[in-house]
Design a protein around this ligand. Structure first.
Ligand SMILES: Nc1ncnc2c1ncn2[C@@H]1O[C@H](COP(=O)(O)OP(=O)(O)OP(=O)(O)O)[C@@H](O)[C@H]1O
Length: 851
């Protein structure tokens, strides 16, 4: 009891999490046995979930010692020049509040009392007056930095207009060391003081984003670095050097070296204005050895010094400076848009966050809203001529206060450690190859004859064009991913809209214009706004894709033209084709990655669907009966999760039956692919199945919906072996919602299901029982319109004959073919996301002929 009280006192969060986990465990262990106790557990679970929701909303985590997103404002003193020409307009009233005075002193009394003053009041987590040092700022955020050696991620970034003191705050001076320097002193001090037997390994990397190109600041002459999306580690910068360091002094040395390579310029606004965004990342790996296994905690600290944002007119820049400014502003605009969307998201739900709009925001994604304790230091100048910039900065800082991040420890076991090593070996091999190549090139340069050298120079245009084409492909991949994510967000918005419509209809029966109805309606409006905004953003991305395509065609034409004008035509043609094939390969890899993402999302959707059904307290038999009435067949009811797949009546195929392919995967199954293509009254649909091996998922898609339905044999394995917990709570982004929202969601879902009675619902369902009904079933699943029915998966039969039978009955034009290598014909990429290959190939997702 005493220890329990101590846990409550020291870590109420831990206790609540424990209760929550126990509830989930119980739900997993005894799903069908004790209905009553399951209901109690469910209630307990939803109360703890509610508490977590409330706790987050009210900022309770901060009081529990878990600060997630801190916003500090730092005002620098007036510089000497400013003292002569400007007035001080910042009043720091206390350590949390400040007032920006109206810069216009000439306003008369009437204007001021009529509240036409431009005076603004703000409050933040911390406010620092001009007299404060960097150490004062650091004192308030040091607990965030300390979390890094416990395996937590942290991000500190300075945000403000040019000359407002960002670099001064992050790097500092000898007399007043900045947050970067103070942070790594803290890290090494804590490591030194640590009394455990754990081993620590600290490494650091330093990069800059200049003109939307990433450079390694720890490399003498770094080339362009690419961003890659690693399924495990998120966004990574491929080829970025990471150096092991033993002391704070070593990092300081690297920081100085990096800073000397950083692009700075003298502008009108700042004599040493940073032209690039710099990100210093310190990784601390803590190897813990317990009696049973070794565990590795991996904390990351990202310290970011952004470039100054300025208007060209103010800095009187031209040429290169103007271009720099445009690119800096593009990144900063993207950053501001992300902060905006994130702030809005906390209040309103599913707004799309445009991380993909710049390299900077992609790199900072975790720090902005993911797994990171984040500190934003908004720097401002007190000068009256900086009023607009100051208010702008404070506006974004104010928005950032709304952002919540989701922090968890990065724990790896020895297994992930091995995976790390494998990755490291891979990277090293790439590095070795690169160095070998460089060496060989250098050697050949020494021995090249003048004539050969001239030929090499002739080739340099091809190199440039190839590089540009490569960048063009990367850009398009990024845009298409953005479009994909945006559509996913809107699919979820539309599901919520459907739930709201159901709820409003129900509530209106009770009271026409009551407060509940009004609240539901206003939420509905918010969701509609989100959908509209997201659609607008989608249109923007589509336009960008068009521009990108146009640019790609121009590049291609230039290459072709140059080849036809050159004497060495065949050789150049082969070379260019070789390079283009390399890029095609990149695109194919992207398609594969997309497919993986779809698989992942759909797995979560299925998991949540089953959570929801069973969480309702329904007996398995009830679920089976309900499903049968809907024309859904779940085979082998002893393990519903294991063998379950959900078929849906499609608008073009009343009461069709698909038996699950996944129910009996066996080694004898010959992998084969079938593709079907058919038209119904809503437009075109195509379905692509990849079948065969145990672990191959089935992807189905609805072209007109821009969504994916997927079915994976892994469910059966997961369910049986317990490898994957089917009760695990899905991510909040999952299509069928998390157990926090389970009761309401589930109720409306259930009622929606009940409302949809198939004509054959009273009969025992058989594959033939519905033949001839010919009736279009009503929309039953959450959807926003007839054209966008939403279902987690379509069941597919293992038997090729049954599949053909289905196609025959549905009157669709279907083709089936064997493919021993389990080739994917349907990629699951909907029409709007088709990868329009730069090489003029037809999108692979459509293959009506099956050839
Ligand atoms: N707290 C401070 N105390 C004294 N001087 C400061 C302080 N903060 C900034 N300064 C001075 O203000 C000037 C501009 O600062 P800094 O270069 O850090 O701005 P910045 O926001 O990084 O600008 P840019 O975005 O153009 O790189 C410098 O001369 C710096 O020494």
């Amino acid at each position: 009891m005493l220890s329990l009280l101590m846990v409550v006192y020291w870590s109420p969060e831990l206790l609540l999490r424990m209760v929550s986990v126990l509830c989930q465990l119980w739900m997993f262990i005894a799903p069908f046995q004790v209905k009553q106790s399951r209901l109690i557990i469910l209630k307990l679970y939803s109360s703890t979930s509610k508490f977590f929701g409330m706790a987050e909303k009210r900022g309770v985590w901060k009081y529990l010692g878990v600060p997630l997103y801190q916003v500090a404002v730092k005002c620098r003193p007036l510089t000497e020049a400013e003292c002569r020409r400007s007035r001080h307009i910042i009043q720091v009233t206390d350590d949390k509040n400040l007032v920006v005075l109206d810069p216009d002193l000439s306003k008369d009394y009437l204007e001021r009392i009529q509240n036409r003053s431009k005076e603004r009041r703000y409050s933040f987590d911390h406010v620092f007056a001009p007299g404060c040092t960097n150490a004062d700022v650091y004192r308030n955020i040091s607990s965030t930095i300390a979390g890094v050696i416990q395996g937590l991620n942290a991000t500190v970034f300075a945000y403000g207009s040019t000359g407002s003191g960002k670099t001064y705050t992050m790097a500092g001076t000898r007399k007043d060391p900045g947050l970067m320097v103070l942070s790594f002193h803290t890290i090494f001090d804590l490591i030194k003081k640590d009394e455990s037997s754990d081993n620590f390994e600290v490494s650091c990397s330093y990069l800059e984003v200049y003109n939307e190109v990433i450079y390694d600041l720890l490399e003498k002459s770094s080339g362009h670095l690419e961003l890659r999306e690693d399924p495990e580690h998120g966004i990574v910068v491929a080829g970025l050097r990471r150096i092991k360091v033993q002391s704070a002094d070593k990092i300081l040395e690297l920081l100085n070296v990096g800073n000397s390579r950083r692009k700075t310029e003298s502008t009108e606004a700042n004599a040493t204005s940073s032209r690039s965004h710099a990100v210093l990342e310190i990784t601390v790996k803590r190897k813990q050895k317990t009696q049973y296994k070794s565990q590795i905690l991996c904390g990351k600290l990202a310290l970011v010094d952004l470039a100054g944002s300025e208007r060209a007119s103010e800095t009187h820049s031209g040429g290169q400076k103007l271009r720099d400014g445009a690119n800096i502003n593009r990144s900063l605009l993207a950053l501001a848009n992300c902060i905006n969307a994130l702030g809005k998201q906390q209040k309103k739900g599913l707004a799309y966050v445009p991380y993909r709009n710049s390299k900077l925001t992609r790199i900072l994604k975790d720090g902005l809203s993911g797994n990171s304790q984040t500190v934003m230091v908004a720097t401002i100048s007190p000068a009256d001529d900086q009023y607009i910039h100051t208010v702008n900065t404070l506006k974004y800082a104010d928005r950032a206060k709304e952002i919540k991040t989701h922090v968890h420890k990065n724990i790896g076991t020895v297994d992930t450690h091995v995976a790390d090593y494998q990755r490291m070996i891979g990277n090293l091999q790439v590095e070795v190859c690169r160095l070998r190549k460089e060496l060989a090139e250098k050697e050949s340069q020494l021995t090249t004859k003048p004539a050969e050298k001239a030929a090499d120079d002739e080739l340099s245009w091809l190199n440039i064009l190839s590089r540009e084409t490569g960048e063009n492909v990367q850009e398009r991949i990024n845009l298409q991913k953005a479009l994909f994510e945006l559509e996913e967000t809107n699919v979820r918005n539309r599901i919520e809209l459907q739930h709201l419509d159901d709820a409003i209809a129900k509530q209106e029966v009770v009271e026409k214009d009551g407060t509940v109805v009004q609240a539901l309606r206003s939420r509905r409006q918010v969701i509609l706004d989100n959908i509209r905004d997201n659609d607008e953003a989608g249109t923007g991305y589509k336009k960008d894709i068009e521009i990108n395509e146009k640019h790609r065609r121009q590049l291609q034409n230039m290459i072709e033209e140059a080849i036809s004008n050159n004497g060495n035509r065949t050789y150049l043609h082969i070379l260019s084709q070789y390079r283009l094939l390399g890029m095609a390969n990149t695109e194919l890899q992207f398609e594969m990655a997309m497919r993986d993402q779809v698989i992942h999302n759909q797995r979560e959707a299925l998991r949540n669907l089953w959570n929801m059904l069973l969480g309702l307290g329904l007996e398995q038999k009830q679920i089976m009966d309900l499903a049968a009435r809907q024309g859904i067949v779940i085979e082998d009811c002893t393990t519903p999760y294991a063998n379950s797949v959900v078929a849906r009546q499609s608008p073009f195929l009343p009461c069709c039956i698909f038996s699950p392919l996944v129910a009996h995967p066996g080694p004898s199954i010959q992998p084969h692919v079938s593709t079907c293509f058919f038209q119904h009254h809503h437009g075109f649909s195509s379905t692509a199945y990849l079948r065969g091996q145990h672990d191959t998922p089935t992807v189905c898609r609805q072209e007109h919906l821009s969504s994916y339905y997927l079915l994976s044999p892994n469910y059966s394995q997961a369910g049986f072996s317990g490898m994957e917990n089917p009760w695990a709570v899905g991510r909040s982004g999952a299509r069928f919602h998390t157990p926090e929202s389970l009761p309401q969601e589930a109720c409306s879902f259930y009622s929606a299901m009940r409302a949809q009675q198939c004509p054959c619902s009273k009969e025992q369902f058989t594959p033939t029982s519905c033949e001839g009904h010919g009736q279009q079933p009503k929309e039953s699943w959450a959807s926003s319109s007839q054209n966008s029915w939403e279902v987690p998966s379509v069941a597919v039969n293992n038997s090729r004959n049954l599949h053909e039978e289905f196609m025959r009955r549905s009157g669709t034009n279907c083709s089936v073919r064997q493919n021993s290598s389990a080739e994917i014909i349907g990629t699951g990429i909907p029409e709007s996301r088709h990868l329009c290959s730069p090489y003029g190939t037809t999108p692979r997702a459509f293959n009506p002929s099956g050839s």
